[in-house]
Structure formats: structure tokens, C-alpha cells
Design a protein around this ligand. Structure first.
Ligand SMILES: *Cc1c(COP(=O)(O)O)cnc(C)c1O
Ligand SMILES: [Zn+2]
Length: 420
């Protein structure tokens, strides 16, 4: 059974193959290594019925994930709701809109639980006793929680200026949390050095080929939940750009396996204007990523100035005729509020980026008004409450008396005028 569907890594550039160890770059051309599958073997066992008969988690697509045995970490992650968002569709002026809602992903309320479930399951197979990560916040939360759940020691390295709730939500699990005085890129460089010296399993460095594949389940679920088909448009917020490329890969794999029919689709990127290296490349008609040395945005989870998969994200967008947008902090807050007020979903800043960019893409005709779009909403709003400081009016305050309440109603301050 072990390794029947997945047995090696393969260089994305030259195609050389490598054993499935904790390695992530090709020795010949420094291309990224990617999990390689036997799709023929997978097609012989995997069909819609088999998938539908399985538990509601990301592991229902288990043959398409790069572990050898059964999953041992994060077995309940995934299968989050795909919400038909009619009120949001109307607000942004598009015919049909869905929200893939990973604000309620188990256990740490962001899509990062998907990548960590795979990375840590693989880390255990490879015999690691210590796992670690370089993170903009959500990955730290997820590594800390999932490592705790199986008794693995964990170290998470984060920029020192992260949101308070993201820091707290790593410490509470007993992880070793280290704040680095510097932006994410500096954190990431340090992690490569630590991985080399101490031999730890860094989920997004030496375990990256396994980690990255977890993102495909976000795309698999979208297709299954739409009734086994690929949506015409998908809008994805980007940090390193990995999630976008893996949704593209997921759509391609399901097509190849005959799980969905051949269909035209476009995948669009979304970033904050204060850190938009991938969007800038797409708009500039190049796949050359110009680093952003000093990211400045409230969307800290997306603030990666040197995006590892930026080049491939641009290629995915170009190949699918997708565009890319970016939005200001003001527009991000508007996006968060719009999603909350129309659909009752509270997203973190990254979700605000997706919604605001989607609105722009519709306004500019990149997504035609009479078509359909899926918005990838990747993390919960309670993680980034600072972003809303000063933007929401505080609740009205009255004494516990009906007269006070009557006065409040007639003052016109209440938003909706309730009928007596
Ligand atoms: C990490 C993250 C992303 C995007 O990650 P990629 O590096 O582009 O795969 C999107 N949203 C949230 C909330 C994240 O934490
Ligand atoms: Zn190579």
C-alpha cells in the first residue's frame, strides 16, 4: 500500500526525480521540487462515488496527497462550507458568487490547517521530532496547534510586529514562539539556516513540497461542492502565491482524472497594494517578480515581499487568462465589512483583499457581470481585529429602562427603525 500513488519528488523545471525526503530544491537548476504521482494508479481507485462515501475532511482526496501511509496529523481538517453568496453577488454586481469559507477551518480558523496537516503527517513519516515554520501568523497558529495535538515539539518564527491575537494563538499551544525583528523575508532566511544547522522539519522550507500540496484540497472541495465542476472564475489572495498555483493544479488533476468535465476557467490573483509583487508582475506583462523590500499593509498574512511561488502564480494566471488586482488598506476594510454585512461571514484582512479585488475585477470587466465567481476566503476576522479599529461605531449605551430604549429608537441613531 505504502507509496502506491506517491513515491517521489520531481523538479518543476528539468523534471529530474528525487527520493521523497526533506528536500525542496533541485541540485542542478535550483528549481522547486514537487510531489509526483502515478495518476494511472489513482484513476483506477478514485471516482466520485468513492470520494463521496468518505468522511467530510480534506483526506477524502487522500490518494492525491504526498504521504505514504495513513494521515496521522489533522485528520479532521477541511471540507469547509462553499456558501452561495447571493447578497454579495448583488453588491459587487456579478450574476453568481460563492464564498469558499475557510474562516471556519478546523482547528485554527484558516486554510493553513490544510497545508500543515500534510506537512506534519509527512514529517512524522520522515522521523522528525521537532517541527518548525517561518510564518506571517496563520501558519504559526496551525503548526503550534497541530504539533501539540500529536505531541511534537514545535518552533515558530514570526515577524515581531504581528497582530496580538495571532501571537497569542500560537503561544497558547505551548509552542516555542520567537519574534524576529524584521520582515517575513528575513525570518524565512533565518529559518533556512536553522533547518540546515539543527535538522528540524520546517514545514515551509525543507518540507515545502509536502506542505504545498495540502492547498490542492481547497480546490478539490470547490469542485465537488459545486456539483463536480470547475467554476468559471476563481479569485485567490496571494502571499507566496502557492495557494493560487495549487488551486490551478487541483482543477487540472480533476480534469485529467475525469472527475470533472473539461471547462474554460480563469484564476485571478489578489494582493494588498502595500505588498503587491505578484500583481505588479501580472499587470506589467512579465513573470519577473520585483521584490517589495518593505511591505506596508494591514494584510500582514499576505505581506511577503519575495514570494517563493510568484513566478508560477503569474504563469497560472496567464495560462488561464486570469488577471490580478491589488487594493488599499481602506478598500480591504470595506471588503471585510461588505462580506460581513451581506453574508454574515467575518474574514481576516486577507479575505478583505479577496472581496475588494473581486469587486474591482467585476468593475473593470475582467470578470464579466453575467458570469460566476468563487471567492477564496482564507482566515477568520477575529485574528486581525486591529484592522477594524476606528472603523466601526461602538454600541449604543443606555440604562436598563424602556424609556431609554424608546428614546434611542426615536433618536434616529439606530440603523434600522424598528416598528413598535
Ligand atoms: C498564507 C495565507 C494565504 C496565502 O498563502 P500563499 O503563500 O499564497 O499560499 C492566504 N490567506 C491567508 C489568510 C493566509 O494565511
Ligand atoms: Zn531541476
Amino acid at each position: 500500500m505504502a507509496g502506491k500513488f506517491f513515491s517521489q519528488l520531481k523538479c518543476r523545471e528539468c523534471g529530474r526525480t528525487y527520493p521523497p525526503k526533506a528536500i525542496h530544491v533541485c541540485e542542478f537548476d535550483f528549481g522547486p521540487l514537487e510531489a509526483d504521482y502515478d495518476y494511472h494508479a489513482i484513476a483506477s481507485v478514485l471516482n466520485r462515488k468513492v470520494i463521496e462515501s468518505r468522511a467530510n475532511s480534506m483526506w477524502r482526496y487522500r490518494e492525491l496527497l504526498p504521504i505514504e501511509g495513513e494521515p496521522t496529523v489533522g485528520r479532521q481538517v477541511g471540507f469547509t462550507p462553499l456558501v452561495k453568496a447571493d447578497r454579495l453577488a448583488k453588491a459587487i454586481g456579478v450574476k453568481s458568487c460563492y464564498v469558499k469559507n475557510d474562516t471556519v477551518n478546523h482547528p485554527t480558523l484558516s486554510f493553513k490547517d490544510r497545508v500543515v496537516a500534510v506537512a506534519l503527517s509527512r514529517a512524522k513519516e520522515l522521523g522528525f521530532k521537532v517541527v518548525a515554520c517561518a510564518s506571517t501568523g496563520n501558519l504559526a497558529n496551525s503548526v503550534a496547534a497541530n504539533a501539540a495535538s500529536v505531541g511534537l515539539e514545535s518552533w515558530v518564527l514570526i515577524p515581531a510586529d504581528l497582530e496580538a491575537n495571532k501571537v497569542l494563538n500560537s503561544i497558547v499551544y505551548g509552542a516555542n514562539v520567537v519574534g524576529i525583528e524584521g520582515a517575513y523575508d528575513a525570518v524565512n532566511r533565518l529559518c533556512s539556516e536553522i533547518a540546515g544547522k539543527y535538522g528540524w522539519g520546517f514545514v515551509n522550507v525543507n518540507l515545502r513540497p509536502y506542505y504545498a500540496e495540502g492547498s490542492k484540497t481547497f480546490g478539490y472541495e470547490i469542485m465537488e461542492q459545486l456539483g463536480w465542476r470547475i467554476p468559471r472564475h476563481t479569485v485567490v489572495c496571494m502571499a507566496s502565491g502557492s495557494l493560487l498555483t495549487k488551486i490551478h493544479k487541483a482543477y487540472g488533476e480533476f480534469t485529467k482524472l475525469g472527475l470533472v468535465g473539461q471547462a474554460a476557467f480563469s484564476i485571478h490573483g489578489a494582493q494588498a497594494t502595500g505588498c503587491n509583487p505578484i500583481t505588479a508582475a501580472r499587470k506589467g506583462g512579465t513573470d519577473l517578480i520585483r521584490p517589495v523590500p518593505h511591505p506596508k499593509t494591514i494584510a500582514k498574512s499576505l505581506a511577503i515581499g519575495t514570494p517563493a511561488d510568484g513566478y508560477y502564480a503569474v504563469k497560472s494566471m496567464v495560462a488561464t487568462r486570469g488577471w490580478s488586482e491589488d487594493v488599499t488598506d481602506e478598500e480591504i476594510v470595506e471588503g471585510i465589512r461588505l462580506l460581513a454585512e451581506t453574508e454574515g461571514i467575518f474574514a481576516e484582512t486577507a479575505g478583505g483583499v479577496t472581496v475588494a479585488c473581486a469587486r474591482k475585477l467585476v468593475e473593470t470587466g475582467k470578470i464579466p457581470k453575467d458570469e460566476e465567481v468563487v471567492l477564496c476566503v482564507t482566515g477568520h476576522g477575529l485574528k486581525t481585529v486591529e484592522a477594524l479599529t476606528g472603523h466601526l461605531s461602538p454600541p449604543a449605551k443606555i440604562r436598563p429602562s424602556l424609556r431609554d430604549f424608546d428614546a434611542l429608537l426615536s433618536s434616529g441613531l439606530a440603523k434600522v427603525h424598528a416598528k413598535a
